[in-house]
Each structure stands twice: as C-alpha cells, then as structure tokens.
Design a protein around this ligand. Structure first.
Ligand code: FAD
Length: 247
C-alpha cells in the first residue's frame, strides 16, 4: 500500500529539444536543484499541458544524472500519440510541470564489488545513461557492462556519449548488437541478432556474481526476463523498469 503524500509538482523550463536518432527526441529541462532531488535511475511524471488539472502526463525515466544541471527525458515519437505530438512541438522557454521523482526506480547497488550488467533495447536505455553517467562523474568503482540492442546502427541512442563515457570510465564496457543491419547505413561490422544467453555469456564472465538490470517496453522486459531465466539468474539479482504504456 502506498503511504504518505504524493511528491509535489514542480515547474521546469524547456532548454532544448534535440533529435537523437530517427524517431527519438531528447528534451532538456532546466530545474531548481534545491527543489528537486533525485537518484540516478528514477522517473518523473512529465505533464505536457501547463494545466496540470487536465492530467496529461507520461512517466519517464531520467536519462540525466543528478550530476548534470538539466533534466533529460528521451522518448520515441509516435504519430498516433497526442502526448508525443505535443511533446515534439515544445520550444525553448516553454514552461512545463513535472512530478516526482516517483518511488522506487532502478538503483546502482551499494556494494560495488559485484558487476552490474544493463540489458536494454531501443528506447530502453534512458535509466542506463543516467546511472552510467552518475557512476562516471562521481568516480564510483562499479564494473558496468551495457549490452544494448537496436534495429540498425543508426538507431543506437546516445552512441557518441557512450563512447565518451567509456573513454572516461575504464570500468564501463558497452557492447552493441543490431537486429536489422541490412536496413542501416553505414554498414554494420558488429554483432548481429537479439540479446540472448550466448551474447550475455560472451560478455559476462561470472554470471552468478552479477546484478542484472532490464529497462524498456513490456515486450522487451518479457523477452529479456526469459533469457535471464534460461541463465538461472536469481530473481533478487534482477532490477526491472517496465516502460508501461508501450506495447
Ligand atoms: C517508470 C516508467 C519509465 C518510463 N520511461 C520512459 C522513457 O524513458 N522513454 C519513453 O519513451 N517511455 C518511457 N515510459 C513509457 C511512457 O510513459 C509512455 O507510456 C510511452 O512513451 C508511450 O507513450 P505514447 O504517447 O507513445 O503512447 P500512448 O499514446 O500513451 O499509447 C496509446 C495507446 O497506443 C498503444 N501503443 C503504445 N505504443 C505503441 C506502438 N509502438 N505501436 C502501436 N501502439 C502502441 C498503447 O498500448 C496505448 O493503448 C516509461 C514508463 C514508465 C512506467
């Protein structure tokens, strides 16, 4: 049962809206650090209509880290979604409302001796950017591996940032796999196929010492949960953020 008051709503301001990869946009928001404190991997409700009583919101994981001066939400723009059509029209200076952070969310383990493995696909990468950026900025010693699946090489979200983070953080390893290389440009020379148990075994040495994290649409969560079940990973070693609302 939920207890206590819901977190208060807070005003935020659009700094910029940028195209990330085809069909995916990132919204940068300025916020008052003294009023909003969050942990890497948590989520907020974003209201696109300034009139909060209309209740037009979606929950989003923060892609930003608390070490950054802005809040970052990244999402897939769908033509059929009225929320996303309002989102795509946001302009610098627009005032919006957020509520949160919501309870729970993903969190890096306090114990930094076990390896952390993020499994994500498509838009299911936002809380991983948040946690990897936080770990890098604050010098945490967690060994982090991101195994990330996208349709083509052009669909890899935050690709240049992952490169930069790996250059800064020797404990961070990122491995991509692409499911439809023939549709992409430039040509893909990396791994092809979905995230499966072989791919995990190839990249993770001691699976029984690992904390696994899964984020993304429910279908992805189900598929990756099945892969971890095949690998006999104990459920208490798995953290999940299901992006409910996607199918
Ligand atoms: C904790 C949490 C964190 C989240 N973090 C993120 C995040 O970082 N980034 C992000 O993009 N989303 C995130 N989501 C999901 C987000 O809140 C929206 O639900 C999602 O973006 C879909 O919104 P929409 O406006 O596109 O779909 P909606 O317009 O809200 O969906 C309307 C209807 O369309 C259906 N539908 C949804 N997707 C599709 C599709 N691809 N094809 C056909 N029909 C579809 C839905 O089932 C629904 O019936 C998160 C959700 C939660 C709970």
């Amino acid at each position: 049962m939920a207890t206590g008051q819901p977190p208060p709503t807070q005003p935020v301001k659009v700094l910029k809206l940028v195209d990330e990869v085809p069909g995916v946009k990132s919204l940068y928001l300025s916020y008052k650090k003294k009023d909003i404190s969050y942990r890497a991997g948590q989520s907020f409700r974003l209201y696109v209509d300034p009139d909060v009583s209309k209740n037009i919101f979606h929950p989003f994981s923060t892609a930003s880290s608390p070490t950054e001066d802005y809040l970052l939400f990244t999402t897939r723009i769908r033509e059929e979604s009225s929320f996303k059509q309002a989102f795509r029209k946001l302009l610098p200076g627009n005032e919006l409302t957020i509520m949160g952070p919501g309870p729970g969310g993903l969190a890096l383990p306090d114990d930094s001796s076990g390896e952390v493995v993020f499994l994500g696909g498509g838009i299911g990468i936002t809380p991983f950017r948040s946690m990897a950026k936080f770990a890098t900025d604050t010098g945490l010693s967690h060994k982090i591996t991101l195994l990330y699946s996208s349709k083509t090489a052009e669909d890899i979200v935050f690709r240049s940032e992952w490169k930069e983070l790996q250059e800064r953080n020797p404990n961070l390893k990122v491995v991509y796999t692409v499911t439809r290389p023939q549709e992409g440009n430039p040509k893909w020379n990396g791994r092809i196929g979905r995230i499966d148990s072989d791919f995990i075994r190839q990249n993770v040495k001691e699976i029984d010492r690992v904390y696994f994290y899964i984020a993304g649409p429910p279908a992805l969560i189900t598929a990756l949960g099945g892969v971890l079940e095949d690998l006999k990973v104990e459920s208490q070693k798995i953290q999940i953020e299901a992006f409910r609302g996607y199918i």
